[in-house]
Ligand binder design. Structure first.
Ligand code: ZN
Ligand code: ZN
Length: 475
């Protein structure tokens, strides 16, 4: 085990489906985030951070392994066997594993699947794990996300008392629990003088945005059209409408639901405040590197995508990112493009742990901070669950395509959003409303080419990693 005497503790706080637009430090009208704003003032705020994929589990690999997982033929929100195999064969390694090898204690306060557990001393087991199966069928069923989602969908068919109980029980509200564990871990690490890496996960800002304690902190300023009236006769999937009826009260307007989302943000922000307080109390704040971010944004109404995170538009793909703590400047805003895969090399640089840059698709953010360099001149993004699309985004344009109408079709909403091929001028049309695919053929062709080159490059790098893996296996 190597010594990491001067290297910092590392805390990742991952807030599911949190869009930057609704945070005070990103200019929002409501005071949803006093504690996150405090960290932004005492650290670096990244104005152009983007997700690589809008499926939580796929992004999780980018966050914890510094890799972009290229879309395969199958459509799913978790990695399939082939993707996991290809990741491992290409020398895929998690940050937890690397930090553990370098003397850190490692904690993951998020439910994770079997293959993701490598490198964590402590973690929450996801439904399919052997541990939860061991606790009996009913327990295992209750931990299964699909069962929880289904229960919420049918909740409104029951009397109010039962339906409230179902919503409370399966409402994805584990922020409080994770915070209590985080505080214990900080206390314990301070007492034992142990260096630690901890990933804290909050999902209160994920639909149905319903932590009991938070509901009602904000209210819509004025009465507006009922949401269910608004979407009536617009061809939305009846199952989805049923799900919304389970999640929100029948008299909600879009503004009411946004107020509820904002209340959930404030709830998580208060939990973050408790973690900051504990770090101050134990005198660890100055020697801890704190990353606050989300896995993807959230479309609240944009593009006809209500209260979900799909579509490769900025409302869904833009994420908040604030890094503060040891070695990071204060009150700084960075415009350079940043993606999740940049986190691992940044942490390793900060911890003074050497690495082979071939192992990561991301780049360390330290040169960006010090020399105002750019990490990259474009962002590559994909989605492969509700629709199957790919996109490349430069400062000026976004190109999105699907290989067929079938792939472009959103099985969640029961329609095609935007078109099969889309092009937006982000300077003139930041809300991505006018599809210029027919009008600007030359720009379209050059962006398509650029995107295909990027995919080729990822494949080539993966091949190099596989060869290196084989050679080190022989030696
Ligand atoms: Zn998510
Ligand atoms: Zn959709």
């Amino acid at each position: 085990m190597k010594k990491t005497k001067d290297s910092p503790n590392v805390i990742f706080i991952l807030i599911d489906a949190l869009r930057p637009k609704n945070l005070g430090c990103y200019g929002y009208k409501r005071e949803t985030s006093p504690n996150i704003d405090f960290l932004a003032k005492n650290g670096v705020l990244f104005e152009n951070a983007f997700s690589t994929n809008n499926a939580t589990e796929k992004v999780f690999v980018s966050i914890t392994a510094g890799r972009h997982i290229l879309l395969k033929d199958s459509r799913d929100f978790i990695l399939n066997k082939e993707e996991i195999k290809s990741f491992l064969e290409a020398r895929g390694k998690f940050l937890g594993e690397i930090l553990k090898d370098n003397g850190y204690k490692t904690y993951c306060l998020k439910e994770i699947y079997g293959w993701q557990k490598k490198g964590f001393d402590f973690f929450y087991s996801a439904g399919e794990s052997a541990e939860s199966k061991g606790r009996g069928f009913w327990n295992s069923l209750q931990k299964n996300q699909k069962f929880r989602d289904f229960s919420r969908t049918i909740a409104h068919h029951f009397p109010k008392k039962i339906s409230d109980e179902i919503k409370a029980r399966y409402g994805r509200t584990n922020g409080k629990e994770a915070t209590e564990d985080a505080i214990k871990i900080i206390k314990n690490s301070a007492e034992k003088k142990e260096k630690f890496f901890m990933l804290v996960y909050y999902n209160d800002t994920h639909i149905p945005y319903n932590p009991k304690e938070a509901t009602g902190k904000f209210r819509a300023e004025e009465k507006s059209k009922n949401f269910f009236e608004e979407i009536k006769d617009r061809g939305y999937n009846p199952m989805l409408v049923d799900f919304w009826k389970g999640a929100f009260s029948r008299d909600s307007s879009i503004a009411d639901i946004i107020a509820r989302y904002d209340s959930a943000i404030l709830y998580d922000d208060c939990l973050i405040g408790k973690i900051i307080d504990e770090l101050k109390k134990t005198n660890l704040l100055k020697n801890t590197l704190l990353f606050i971010f989300s896995d993807h944004g959230e479309s609240l109404y944009e593009h006809g995508i209500y209260f979900d995170h799909h579509g490769l538009y900025d409302s869904c793909m833009r994420i908040p990112l604030i890094i503060s703590g040891k070695g990071f400047p204060k009150k700084k805003k960075i415009k350079s493009f940043v993606q999740h895969e940049d986190f691992v090399p940044t942490v390793l640089d900060m911890a003074g742990i050497p690495y082979d840059s071939l192992d990561f698709d991301g780049k360390s953010l330290l040169p960006v901070l010090r020399k105002k360099q750019k990490t990259r001149d474009s962002i590559f993004m994909e989605e492969g669950d509700k629709s199957k699309k790919r996109a490349i985004r430069t400062e000026k344009y976004k190109y999105i395509d699907a290989s067929s109408e079938e792939d472009a079709f959103c099985k969640y909403c029961n329609k095609i959003h935007g078109g099969v091929i889309e092009l937006y001028d982000l300077k003139k049309d930041p809300l991505e409303k006018e599809n210029l695919a027919e009008k600007k053929r030359t720009i379209l062709a050059s962006l398509k080419k650029r995107m295909e080159e990027r995919i080729k490059l990822y494949k080539k790098i993966n091949e190099q990693r596989r060869i290196k893996n084989k050679i080190s296996g022989i030696v």
